[in-house]
Design a protein around this ligand. Structure first.
Ligand code: R5P
Length: 315
């Protein structure tokens, strides 16, 4: 393959793609996107990508379905333009929460998306903090599944005089939150949360662990409607925590998330730039931490054929 890695940005997150390219000191391919009046999309690769190692940087954000279609077209166009290898770099994976058949007659859409990416021509995937580990197994091509939790940990800082405790929002999050707590050298508490159907309402039932008099750090993979972290914050405060903040990898922030955060006891909410934060979603309490360096390191190592296992990889 010729030269260094080449970044091909979809239209969802050009700022992240440029930041990754800047970290790598590499080029960004010229891509033209057209949307026709009949709602068809056209993607045209204008750079010479022949034999290049290309990394398609695209995330899942509104309009989600159109963004997914654009990803497929871009990958297909790169393969058609004779790229040497195409890797999909999807910091927030489309339909990530549809990862199981939780009722009869529904599509396991994350598995379908995996099939579509491979059919379009993706030869590898770089993903970040997938909602569940089984999504990795939906792929028939190599997957590097990295985590941004250490990046969030560094951004949270050393902490003040009050003892800290990491709080996992549910049992599923306990493994990652446990690693996070270990890296900070603090205790872990876990919330027993139950969600009924897909009504978007998560109910924290109880807490295993002790938050009394401590500063609680709620950790989650994503904040969608905000119900989970806000109810978790209210629970830990009811149970005697001194203060509370939250860190989540993916700031989806849909529905009433912003209103909920504003009227919650949360002092600060950290998210990464895996999804662009639109002006409408900005709030002084919400801080964005960049994952461009982590993704650039992952891409650089992949290009050179080096291991990413020690680079915040999920294992
Ligand atoms: C759930 O299993 C996840 O870890 C998150 O807690 C959930 O996706 C957050 O969703 P929401 O913000 O809508 O409560």
């Amino acid at each position: 393959m010729n030269d260094g890695p080449l970044i091909a940005s979809g239209s969802t997150h050009p700022a992240l793609a440029s930041a990754i390219a800047a970290h790598l000191g590499t080029d960004t391919a010229r891509i033209r996107f057209n949307r026709f009046s009949n709602e068809n999309l056209k993607v045209c690769v204008e750079s010479n990508v022949r034999d290049r190692d290309v990394y398609v940087v695209q995330t899942s954000c509104p309009p989600v379905n159109e963004s997914l279609m654009e990803t497929l077209l871009l990958i297909d166009a790169l393969r058609g333009a004779s790229a040497g290898r195409v890797t999909a770099v999807l910091p927030y994976f489309p339909y990530v929460r549809s990862d199981k058949q939780d009722e009869p007659g529904v599509s396991i859409t994350a598995r379908l998306v995996a099939d579509l990416l491979v059919t379009a021509g993706a030869q590898r995937l770089i993903a970040m903090d997938l909602h569940s580990p089984q999504i990795h197994g939906f792929f028939r091509v190599p997957v590097d599944h990295v985590t941004a939790v250490p990046v969030l940990g560094r951004a949270l800082g050393a902490g003040g005089a009050v003892q800290r405790v990491v709080v996992a929002t549910d049992i599923g999050e306990a493994k990652d939150a446990g690693r996070f707590a270990a890296s900070l050298g603090v205790d872990l508490a876990v919330i027993d949360k139950r969600r009924t159907g897909d009504d978007e309402h998560a109910v924290p039932r109880a807490l295993v662990g002790d938050v009394r008099g401590r500063h609680a750090l709620i950790v989650d993979d994503e904040i969608a409607t905000g119900g989970t972290i806000v109810e978790a914050a209210e629970l830990v405060m009811r149970l005697g925590a001194a203060s509370v903040e939250a860190a989540a990898v993916h700031g989806v922030l849909c529905g009433k998330a912003l209103e909920r955060i504003r009227s919650s006891p949360l002092q600060r909410v950290l998210v990464t730039d895996s999804i662009p934060l639109t002006d409408a979603k900005r709030d002084p309490r919400i801080e964005v931490v960049s994952i461009a360096g982590l993704l650039a390191d992952t891409i650089g190592r992949t290009h050179r054929g080096e291991s990413v296992a020690d680079l915040a990889s999920h294992r």
